[in-house]
Design a protein around this ligand. Structure first.
Ligand SMILES: Cc1ncc(COP(=O)(O)O)c(C=O)c1O
Length: 381
């Protein structure tokens, strides 16, 4: 049986060049970058080199880059760190209804601690409007956090517009760009954004390492205490191999951006065409924005076929896809993103996320579409 991985928005395989770089670091560097001896100095040099390279690729200053343990920690640090530095009580935060839980749950926690949060709705394509964000601004609004691109449907948000709005009102702006790095051109200094979250394992880097880009001059309270690392913004001995691997993964992603984008577009188009041939255009619907989307994520509903049933049948055929929703006690919860888009019940309960990676081929797209045809016919019988 073939085995086809179409869940790259969940995690990606490590690129061989990233693994090679990490292996080199893991087997040759064991000093602690805070130690004063030669081993420590070597470790520090290696870390600074990775930081400098990564900052250059992301268009920020090296000291604006804070290494974390992943996208979730970056989101938490951006939101809590900003609010705690200002004093939580009575402050207002604006976010959207379709953020990743790393942002949504953090905002819910803020509410428990005396902050007010507005969850701006989205349209039927999953897009936030800058106008609605503008309407939500209050005198006590201190932070806006809206993701760059959504992890379930791929829809891109009007980040520049929202950032300009935030800047004109003196409000801090954070964006979770975890899914966008690798498909969108991100030069941090070219955007009116104060805080950016990134994660390595979504771009063929290792798990457990991420970054928060913090614009110079922005004050952040740390979430972790116990050391002076990362300019007192994130305590703890640095993950040297992870940082080196992350820098390599960013280099490959940024240098190969145009190729990646066209590869994902080709896969996406082939998939849609093949589905048209195999099941006909009335048997599926693409959820998300038709123009503003990240090409590696496509969310498709197959009306009449329940999400869980389709996922299980695909798995039996060796095809790994996902629903955006969490699996709680063995059954799938309906996705908060698709709910916020107010999809019809038919589309809501039959949605599947397919997300592409470097190793996927057009033949795999054709094969997956064929298998979907077989599954639908089998279920109809
Ligand atoms: C948009 C978005 N933000 C944050 C995260 C969390 O990142 P990590 O798995 O590195 O903690 C994810 C991962 O699914 C994501 O897709």
């Amino acid at each position: 049986m073939k085995s086809i991985y179409l869940d790259h928005a969940a995690s990606t395989p490590i690129h061989p060049k990233v693994a090679e770089e990490m292996m080199r670091v893991m087997t040759s560097q064991y000093g602690n970058a805070s130690s004063v001896h030669a081993y420590g100095r070597e470790a520090k040099k290696l870390m600074s080199g990775s930081r400098d390279r990564m900052a250059a690729l992301l268009g920020c200053m090296p000291d604006e880059l804070v290494f974390t343990a992943g996208g979730t920690e970056s989101d938490n640090l951006a939101i809590f760190g900003t609010l705690e530095a200002m004093g939580l009580e009575g402050k207002h935060v604006i976010t959207s209804a379709i953020e990743h839980h790393a942002v949504l749950h953090t905002c819910q926690e803020l509410e428990k601690r005396g902050c007010e949060v507005t969850y701006v709705p989205v349209d039927e394509t999953g897009r936030v409007s800058a106008e609605q964000v503008a309407n939500a601004i209050q005198d006590n609004t201190v932070l806006i956090t809206i993701m760059f691109g959504n992890n379930e449907i791929g829809t891109l948000q009007p980040i520049r517009e929202i950032g300009e709005l935030a800047r004109s009102r003196g409000i801090v702006f954070h964006t979770d760009a975890v899914q966008a790095l690798g498909t969108e051109s991100i030069v941090c200094r070219d955007y009116p954004v104060d805080l950016w979250s990134f994660s390595a394992h979504k771009i063929n880097g290792p798990g457990g390492i991420g970054a928060l880009v913090v614009k110079r001059g922005h004050t952040l309270s740390p979430r972790l205490y116990g050391g002076l690392q990362e300019k007192k913004r994130r305590a703890g001995t640095e993950n040297l191999a992870g940082i080196a691997g992350f820098a390599k993964a960013v280099e490959l992603a940024v240098d190969g951006l145009a190729d990646r984008r066209s590869h994902y577009m080709m896969l996406r188009n082939t998939f849609i065409q093949s589905l048209n041939q195999e099941i006909g255009q009335d048997a599926f619907a693409v959820n998300g924005h038709p123009e503003f989307f990240m090409p590696h994520i496509i969310n498709i509903s197959f009306p009449g076929v329940n999400t869980e049933t389709m996922l299980m049948n695909l798995d039996m055929e060796g095809i790994a896809a996902a629903s955006g929703s969490a699996c709680t006690s063995g059954s799938l919860e309906v996705s908060h993103v698709l709910q916020a888009m107010e999809l019809s019940e038919k589309l809501l309960h039959s949605a599947i996320r397919f997300s592409f990676g470097l190793g996927n081929t057009s033949q795999e797209m054709e094969y997956t579409a064929q298998k979907i045809g077989t599954i639908i016919n089998r279920l109809r019988k």
